[in-house]
Design a protein around this ligand. Sequence first.
Ligand SMILES: Nc1ncnc2c1ncn2[C@@H]1O[C@H](COP(=O)(O)OP(=O)(O)O)[C@@H](O)[C@H]1O
Ligand SMILES: O=C(OP(=O)(O)O)[C@H](O)COP(=O)(O)O
Ligand SMILES: [Mg+2]
Length: 402
Amino acid sequence: MEKLTIKDVDLKNKKVIMRVDFNVPIKDGVITDTTRIVEALPTINYAVEQGAIVILLSHLGRPKGEPKPELSLKPVAEKLSELLGKEVKFVPYLYGPEVEKVVNNAKQGDVILLENTRFDKGETKNDPELAKKWADLADLHVNDAFGTAHRAHASNVGIAQYIPSVAGFLMEKEIKFLSKAALNPEKPYAVVLGGAKVSDKIGVITNLLEKADKILIGGAMMFTFLKALGKEVGSSLVEEDKINLARELLKNAEEKGVELILPVDAVCAQKIESGVEKKIFSLDDGIPEGWMGLDIGPESIKLFKEKLSGTKTIAWNGPMGVFEIDDFSTGTKEIAIAIAEETSKGATSVIGGGDSAAAVAKFGMKDKFSHVSTGGGASLEFLEGKELPGISSILNKKKIED
Ligand SMILES: Nc1ncnc2c1ncn2[C@@H]1O[C@H](COP(=O)(O)OP(=O)(O)O)[C@@H](O)[C@H]1O
Ligand SMILES: O=C(OP(=O)(O)O)[C@H](O)COP(=O)(O)O
Ligand SMILES: [Mg+2]
């Protein structure tokens, strides 16, 4: 890899500010999937063993620059402490005297976690003053937050203006695998998209139309496309300002001979709750008012399985439905099974995303794919061929020789 990594630097007695992506799913204060924490352990452990003082930074959810108690990283500090088998000092601030006191009193091998970086408005604006406050705490920046690499924020990108930034082991592993997958995807190449971050992710399709042979769309993403085709979608999640883009993408796909495959039926309910009445509606006929699509239906599962059969590369981001509730998890599970089957027949598969990774972990299928990436938006943009700001900001190997 052309990037400098934590292995290339001396850590003994150094203060290291490490950006990780601990944006884990939390329900009622309980972490429901620890994948992103577990994946960061090798880098944290290595820094500890080398005698560094480790100051961890992460965002959690989208608090929009305001402190929100339900998005505090405190439960993450507790879980991390348990997984590391050592104390993690949680400081409920981002900078200031409390933080300085803890950092100045820390000893070699101590691990500190600061509060949610997005509690400060400067984080997502990549505010240089905020970045400098963090940089001033440390000698070195370690970037292990691959899941955040598509964002140019103060804690991953801004900070690298002031102190050297090197990659952690997770960042290195993700770049190595995805570079291989992105450079030369064996064909037929299918991309499966779903999830809830529609306006964030619909844009990747433009570039993927140049690379993929098939794009299958489920999750909340499907309803913006169905709306673009003039279908009734009831109260399903639709991004109104992306309907025109969806229409354009459908047209472009046809012109380029790329198959853009939409579900034909959906499992619907009137509330996003376990145990409520469910109905399956044909999407050609439409979803009635008051009902929302929360999973792809049985005919869609059959269709998607047919389309995935015989493909040689599969990239998947975004659950097919609200998999967190068992009533709406069948679509996601069946697509996971289909991709696992193609993988066992020799296809290369990449499953990406905090929630998609949580889904395959929930199904006990983590080891059935070529690679499970901790980044959803990040892995998609990488595979799309974009340069990610959170990777560009890491020093290149040759820089240190200059
Ligand atoms: N039809 C749907 N309506 C509402 N939410 C959905 C639907 N399908 C999937 N989701 C939600 O999408 C979320 C994950 O989206 P996203 O963050 O984009 O995926 P990832 O983390 O894998 O990149 C899940 O919490 C899931 O419940
Ligand atoms: O969870 C994340 O991305 P993902 O849902 O695409 O996997 C990352 O932590 C980025 O979060 P953001 O999309 O709020 O910037
Ligand atoms: Mg997510």
